[in-house]
Design a protein around this ligand. Structure first.
Ligand code: CA
Length: 231
């Protein structure tokens, strides 16, 4: 999962970046409105945290421009405390949610988790695939109830595959959603990470679809499909 944070106040920017990195997200960030607009147009993000008062270009104009161009990424805006008109304008301009400043970082993280899972069509904070469970709230992964220790990147990879369970995800798509903007991208390394992840979860859930990518399949669903195909 990758987020874009556009916030010009250095302390708040740092607080957000640190918290999202701590929560295993890949994070791109800028303090400038114009650069932020460009990143949102050209990058691939699972969600955006957008401040409204920014140098270069204000948040509402950025949001309107993205939505006019069909950028559908979930956006959470940071509004001034008590300014209901700013919230209304933000939502009418295409924001999916808001948090008023000053905020508790936990609230921002929880709202982004909700936006990301809703965008992927999930209703609960826990994602399940057969014996595998991922609790997005506590970033915990278990197989048959036993905790599995993953690196930040492995967690990101698994979380992305679980959010998009049952669908083939290409290597390019994974590279776009797992690595930060200035990371040396080499899509071959995805295979290495998938290999490590398979070894750690030690159940056969991640299928390689030759020439296309990977798919995380629910064993029960797969069995059912096989049974249906026979019948
Ligand atoms: Ca600001």
């Amino acid at each position: 999962m990758k987020v874009l944070i556009i916030e010009d106040e250095p302390d708040i920017n740092r607080q957000l970046v640190d918290a999202f990195k701590e929560a295993n997200y890949a994070v791109d960030t800028t303090k400038d409105g114009e650069e932020g607009e460009y990143l949102g147009e050209t990058g691939t993000y699972d969600a955006v945290v957008l401040d409204l008062g920014l140098p270069g270009k204000d948040g509402i104009s950025i949001l309107k421009s993205w939505r006019e161009q069909g950028v559908a990424t979930p956006v959470l805006i940071l509004t001034a405390r008590g300014s209901w008109s700013e919230k209304v304008l933000g939502i009418d301009s295409g924001a999916d949610d808001y948090v008023a400043k000053p905020f508790q970082i936990e609230e921002v993280l929880a709202r982004i988790r909700a936006l990301v899972r809703r965008a992927a069509g999930h209703t609960t904070a826990e994602l399940v695939c057969g014996p595998l469970r991922l609790d997005t709230k506590g970033a915990r992964v278990t197989v048959d109830g036993n905790p599995i220790k993953l690196t930040s990147l492995e967690y990101r990879l698994l979380s992305y595959l679980l959010h998009h369970k049952g669908r083939v995800v290409s290597r390019t798509e994974l590279v776009e959603h797992l690595y930060e903007q200035d990371f040396d991208r080499d899509s071959n390394t995805i295979e290495v990470f998938v290999g490590r992840l398979r070894k750690k979860i030690n159940v056969d859930l991640i299928r390689t679809v030759r020439g296309l990518g990977y798919s995380l399949d629910d064993p029960e669903e797969a069995n059912k499909e096989r049974a249906d195909a026979k019948a």
